[in-house]
Design a protein around this ligand. Structure first.
Ligand SMILES: [Zn+2]
Length: 695
């Protein structure tokens, strides 16, 4: 995960998309967050293109000049508001880590984080070690003599590196992924969820899709496997690479699609541990679970049962030598970011250049910050919050959250299509929603983690194992509904459906998203819509599957669903009609949950904004009425540019629509038509009956 040199992009999270998104407001955002901290956030008038009719293309009306004058930095596959803020957060984090390395108390978590970063930065030590840090692991794989040992090796490598419900991270390059969280059939305890995995490329489509783009990428991936084997001095690199690729293709054929993987009902397969051998024959499950530390679990939840069955069968049917070669390659490739430069460059050529279109690797310190965040996120977060998130900002953000909750509550009361008993349950869910603002109340500790200078790769392996063991430990302990799934220094936000909770990290609660001194129209259009988006996930097609306690239990009546489905179908059609590339349209079904959350979040944020006016008129600023500021501020928060390969990747694997179309969410709100006098001839015009109102 931190081996690519790319910062991992989380996106349900937050707006999820936010992360991908990028920089902001031309020059303004940087100025707001760095050079001129005293400037109060407002809309970026210079970045607009008012020659575009707002009703024809609202994204370009709000962002046209920015879009024309901004280019994606060479070390990025995308750029926009979030990327810009993330860059700022990374610079701050670097300084904090460099300071902690020498000034924090010896043995403290802060000191360890500083040393972790310093070890990552020590390229000469890394180059001198070569493949030595992987020698033990590679030797273990080479010594595998039978299928039981193979199963144990696969089990020993398993980590909690997927998260199908919070971050919606479905991909792992390990043969299986584990997600440990509250049990959605029994919310008083935690459960282990087992997911498909084992692909080097991002999704099954990369192996199976019959089109020239994917064919070209497959060729590059095969060549990549061969080069990695060559660099590692493995024999018969070319022939071995073909066998590894053929095995991965078989794994891909067994995989469930992204769409199926997002259906929690298809995922709800509690399998007694003892039944795995009968349900998914092939893999020696007893050896696997023992090595994975999961042999005390009476049951696990099989997220994609057919894929688990298919992968297990392959473990028995494919030659042992092929599996050994596959495991060795996967291990080296996974850790290549912490191997000598030739490995780093080779991996970047494929995953950075070919798969994401990024011309140039991020400088090492940026990769080091990302890696440290990934390994010891809470230790870094404590430093970040102490320096950059004052109590006043927390208090103000909490009051905005309260406003948004009140706006949702009022909307729920008025929903005439929803049965009274369902409305009561929605209200109960809202009342018990836990909203984390800025940072967690309880930090993860790293007391048992060993960090050594000069051992960058070993540190990373130990940190991964430490996190996994911590997670496995929670299977025996109580649930924690206030647990955070995102670090405070992340520019993003997330809804946690089984905890009935939200996280709004400190790093997104800053200008231009949020400025305690800015006009309400600005704050509510930007961060308010993000807060509304995340709250609404508790009530959308996914949220309606989980009750207030996090139990997988549909709390809607069939009539409620019928109405919801009709509204959803309209939204699916609305997004299916968007076409970012001539040969590729947005998938309205794949992005439905997020699109609903955008409509609902913007609607609630608008209500909350109007409530702040207490019936008075909104002050005009910068030449725009209050409502115009609100909508422009929203559209400017979706400033993003993508390189085409990344855009294609996201359209296949991401639950969010490309940012530009998220800005066009405005066309579902009556108030937007009034604010901009949108005529019925406008491109984005929807007749009142076609405007989607879910909440
Ligand atoms: Zn979302």
């Amino acid at each position: 995960m931190f081996s690519t040199g790319q910062i991992q992009i989380l996106r349900r999270v937050a707006f999820c998309a936010a992360l991908l998104a990028a920089p902001a407001i031309g020059v303004a955002p940087r100025a707001a967050s760095q050079a001129a901290p005293s400037a109060v956030a407002g809309i970026d008038v210079a970045g607009m293109d008012t020659s575009v009719a707002p009703g024809d293309d609202f994204f370009r009306y709000a962002n046209g000049t920015w879009d024309r004058t901004t280019s994606i930095p060479p070390d990025r596959s995308s750029w926009g508001l979030d990327a810009d803020l993330a860059e700022t957060a990374a610079q701050r984090t670097r300084a904090l880590l460099e300071d902690a390395e020498t000034h924090a108390a010896a043995g403290s978590d802060a000191r360890k984080a500083g040393e972790y970063y310093a070890a990552y930065m020590d390229e000469s030590a890394i180059d001198a070690l070569g493949l030595a840090p992987l020698k033990t692991e590679l030797g273990r794989i080479a010594a595998i003599a039978d299928r039981a040992q193979l199963a144990a090796a696969i089990g020993a490598g398993i980590r909690n590196d997927v998260d199908p419900l919070n971050a919606t991270e479905m991909h792992t390059d390990r043969l299986f992924g584990v997600f440990i969280a509250q049990d959605f059939n029994e919310p008083s305890r935690n459960a282990a969820y087992l997911l498909q995995g084992g692909l080097g490329l991002p999704d099954r489509e990369y192996y199976l899709a019959d089109n020239p783009h994917m064919e070209a990428l497959r060729d590059k991936y095969r060549a990549h496997i061969a080069r990695v084997l060559q660099l590692a001095n493995m024999p018969d690199a070319a022939a071995t690479a073909e066998r590894i690729f053929a095995l991965e293709t078989k794994i891909a054929k067994a995989h469930a699609s992204r769409e199926d993987s997002e259906d929690v009902h298809k995922a709800n397969n509690p399998w007694p541990r003892a039944d795995f051998g009968a349900k998914a024959p092939g893999l020696d499950w007893a050896a696997f679970f023992k090595a994975a530390g999961l042999d005390a679990q009476p049951q696990l939840i099989a997220w994609q049962p057919a894929a688990i069955e298919g992968e297990s069968a392959l473990v028995a049917s494919e030659p042992l030598e092929t599996w050994k070669a596959y495991l060795q390659f996967a291990l080296i490739d996974h850790w290549s970011g912490l191997l000598p430069k030739a490995f780093v460059d080779e991996r970047f050529d494929l995953f950075g250049k070919a798969l994401s279109g990024t011309p140039q690797m991020a400088v090492r310190w940026k990769r080091g910050v990302a890696a440290t965040n990934g390994a010891m996120g809470d230790a870094v977060g404590r430093l970040y919050v102490a320096r950059y998130f004052p109590p006043e900002a927390k208090a103000k953000a909490q009051s905005m959250v309260a406003d948004l909750k009140a706006a949702f509550s009022a909307r729920i009361k008025k929903l005439d299509w929803m049965s009274p008993q369902t409305r009561a349950k929605a209200q109960a869910k809202l009342d018990t929603l836990i909203v984390g603002v800025g940072y967690p109340d309880k930090w993860r500790d790293y007391g048992g983690l060993t960090v050594s200078r000069g051992e960058a790769l070993q540190n990373a392996m130990r940190a991964e194992r430490y996190r996994y063991r911590q997670a496995v430990g929670t299977l025996r302990g109580p649930i924690d509904r206030a647990e955070w799934w995102m670090t405070p220094q992340t520019v993003n936000a997330v809804n946690l459906p089984i905890q009935n909770a939200l996280n709004f990290p400190a790093a997104i609660l800053q200008p231009p998203y949020f400025d305690p001194r800015a006009a309400a129209a600005h704050n509510y259009g930007a961060i308010g819509a993000v807060i509304g988006h995340e709250i609404s996930h508790s009530f959308d097609d996914q949220g309606s599957q989980f009750d207030a306690s996090g139990r997988l239990a549909n709390w809607w009546t069939p009539e409620d669903f019928a109405h919801f489905k009709a509204a959803a179908a309209q939204l699916v059609a609305q997004y299916n009609a968007y076409r970012p590339l001539p040969d590729l349209a947005v998938n309205g079904q794949q992005t439905l949950s997020e699109n609903i959350a955008d409509v609902a979040g913007l609607s609630a944020a608008y209500d909350a904004y109007r409530l702040t006016l207490e019936g008075g008129a909104a002050p005009a600023r910068q030449g725009f009425s209050g409502d115009q500021q609100f909508f422009v501020s929203f559209a400017q928060s979706w400033r993003d540019k993508f390189r085409e390969p990344l855009l294609r990747q996201l359209m296949l694997t991401d639950g969010h629509a490309p940012s530009e179309y998220r800005a066009d969410t405005v066309r579902n709100l009556d108030a937007w038509y009034t604010a901009f006098n949108v005529p019925s001839t406008a491109t984005l015009y929807l007749a009142p009956a076609d405007r989607v109102r879910v909440w």
